[in-house]
Write a protein that binds this ligand. Structure first.
Ligand SMILES: *Cc1c(COP(=O)(O)O)cnc(C)c1O
Length: 460
């Protein structure tokens, strides 16, 4: 017999989690105003809200924590991280920030002006938020296949070069501060961008004089998919692939809470010294002095180790296989999910799952609530609530995809947990036709409303 696959780690420390009863969950979700962000973590059995900052650090990362240097200026931990970024990602300059959106805030403070347009592949919500907050707009240039959940396109994070060139031709150079390529593309389902596409975006942007920024939260998962799916890369190492990927970027922003495998942190890295200087001004104002910028020395140490671990084949194989394990279970039962299965999450196609819930009643959120009630599993809506209202018309924006995202924390749950999640969804799928109504908004914030929105059932 072939020896089966198993995780490339063993467990040294455990954290107990508890199952609850449906009646308890009914009360808790009501008290939370049907917003899963308002639940307390102990009210959740398996937490797939996000893979952000929820991963388990390795023993080497915990060891690095203990040798962190908390000097205000010139900390050795800063230099450990600087060396890791230079060696693995190839950027000479970097600024630590407290998380990914802080990196965006600092960079956009230098570059984004009122009335600007920023093309990209389905910008992440904080990225879009920071652009729109500055009265600029994000233009989505993702390929059309990304919005067809049945399509097996291997690189659904790709930018459509024709759409991108359209933006470049229709605006003055000064109106376009950058193009942002998100790796992997979260909003379209954790879908990778091909090396070919990165190369072409870089080439075209160079021609028009537009800097290329990689929003790099899941760069290592992206590299894994290039190795698996793109001709010519099977024999290259993950490190080689990562080096080539970043050779097509002028700047990167990073949420270290994802592929840094740490619980908090971020950074901006760039080649241009002048941009580094300009960004430093904002970094010092918003984050902290350049050699810590919002991060403790110990956290910078753990991140340096995390960047080394995340760029290894054995780490990535375990990671991607677990996500596939959950996705494949759902597929065998005919549950509609985004295909191919993404790198950090399984995305359930809520519109095809709950066909009778009207779009005005927040279909993916309705499914998220059902899943919580069924088994105490917390996912997150990536749909109409997340898409917010149009800043001008104030109307709800109905995105092409209405998804329930089940994000899998790194090195945290076992495949038995994945089984629980899969069976809970199967139970809901079996009774899907009885679910006819969803939820209505009781109150909401003017921007990034999904975090704090309060809802009530349409049929009480
Ligand atoms: C998480 C994330 C961000 C924002 O990072 P935070 O650390 O949550 O502030 C930006 N872009 C992408 C693609 C992300 O996944």
């Amino acid at each position: 017999m072939e020896i089966p696959f198993a995780e490339s780690y063993k467990i040294k420390m455990v954290e107990p989690i508890y199952r609850s009863a449906r009646e308890q969950r009914q009360q808790w979700i009501k008290d939370a105003r049907y917003n899963l962000f308002n639940l307390r973590s102990e009210q959740v059995y398996i937490d797939l809200l996000t893979d952000s900052g929820t991963g388990a650090m390795s023993h080497n990362q915990w060891a690095a924590l203990m040798t962190g240097d908390e000097s205000y200026a010139g900390s050795s931990s800063y230099y450990n991280l600087k060396n890791a970024i230079q060696e693995l990602l190839g950027f000479e300059h970097f600024l630590p920030t407290h998380q990914g959106r802080a990196a965006e805030n600092v960079l956009f403070s230098v570059w984004v002006k009122k009335g600007n347009v920023v093309p990209g592949n389905s910008h992440f919500d904080t990225t879009k938020g920071h652009i729109e907050f500055r009265d600029a707009s994000a233009i989505d240039c993702t390929i059309d296949e990304a919005f067809d959940t049945g399509s097996q396109h291997p690189f659904k994070g790709n930018l459509d070069l024709l759409k991108l060139e359209e933006v470049y031709k229709n605006h003055h150079r000064e109106e376009i501060p950058m193009v942002i390529v998100t790796l992997t593309c979260n909003t379209s389902g954790g879908q990778p961008v091909s090396m070919h596409n990165l190369r072409e975006v870089h080439k075209m942007s160079n021609k028009y004089g537009i800097p290329v920024v990689f929003d790099s939260a899941r760069f290592a998962e992206n590299a894994w998919f290039i190795k698996e799916r793109e001709p010519g890369y099977a024999d290259k190492s993950i490190r080689q692939i990562v080096t080539e990927m970043f050779s097509y970027a002028d700047v990167m922003t990073m949420s270290s809470k994802k592929d840094g495998i740490v619980n908090i942190g971020g950074f901006i890295a760039m080649r241009d010294k002048e941009l580094f200087k300009q960004s430093s001004v904002f970094n010092i104002m918003y984050e902290g002095f350049n050699t810590y910028g919002g991060m403790a020395g110990r956290d910078m140490n753990a991140l340096a180790v995390g960047l080394h671990e995340v760029t290894t084949e054995h780490y990535l194989e375990t990671r991607i296989r677990q996500v596939e394990f959950l996705g494949n279970k759902l597929l065998t039962w005919g549950i509609p999910i985004q295909n191919p299965i993404g790198g950090h999450a399984v995305f359930i196609d809520a519109k095809h799952f709950l066909e009778y819930v009207p779009k005005e009643e927040f279909v993916a959120q309705t499914l998220a609530i059902e899943l919580y009630l069924e088994a105490g599993v917390r996912g997150v809506e990536v749909g109409t609530l997340l898409a917010d209202r149009d800043p001008h018309t104030k109307e709800n924006r109905y995105p092409k995809l209405e998804m329930l995202r089940l994000a899998i924390p790194r090195r945290t749950y076992t495949n038995n947990h994945m089984e629980v999640v899969a069976v809970a969804l199967k139970n809901i799928y079996d009774r899907r036709d009885s679910i006819r109504h969803g939820y209505k908004i009781v109150s909401e914030a003017p921007i990034m409303r999904h975090f704090s929105v309060e809802l009530g059932p349409v049929i009480a």
